[in-house]
Ligand binder design. Sequence first.
Ligand SMILES: O=C(O)C(=O)C[C@H](O)[C@H](O)COP(=O)(O)O
Length: 204
Amino acid sequence: MSVLDLAPVVPVVVVEDVATAVPMAQALVAGGLPAIEVTLRTSCALEAVARIAAEVPGAVVGAGTVRTPAEVTAAVDAGARFLVSPGATPALLDAMAGSGVPYLPGAATASEVMALAERGLTEVKFFPAVPAGGVAYLKALGGPLPEVRFCPTGGIRPQTAPEFLALPNVGCVGGTWLTPAGALAAGDYTRIEKLAAEAAALRG
Ligand SMILES: O=C(O)C(=O)C[C@H](O)[C@H](O)COP(=O)(O)O
């Protein structure tokens, strides 16, 4: 099954303290969001991926902010079950294609999406979704490129997620709102589970 179909929302998480990784992932899964994108933006990100992969059986943990072939290898070695990138380069795409796991390369223009489609890639992260043009832009891309499905990410909030999810070319949306830094710092996993449950219910 595609990552785009696991849940309406993929939490994009920035793990600053690796001790929060497992309880955070448990809360997200309990709330109904199994696909979790751990961004490789912090020094403990790979360890967070490894711990979630080992200790949270209901989670489908992936790595985000994957920008280089070396990061592809490191993420898969850590246990990432999918890869997400903000954009795409030929070297990165070659590495992702050889990784053995599903991947969502990033694109923001018709030409970028067409270059990915030329490679047979029809599941794409639309980034940065809101600054690049939001719902209207994505709807317009769906005219000439109807076979491509997107996971828009960047600037999406619970209030705006339903407008994206209503588009036929959107599989799911990504966002950071599920795991507020304050909730993680305070160990408030109940709040994270509640945010996840609300997000999981966004599309019935
Ligand atoms: O790290 C990456 O690879 C990214 O693509 C960036 C994330 O998609 C945004 O950080 C989403 O952040 P929000 O706009 O707060 O939902």
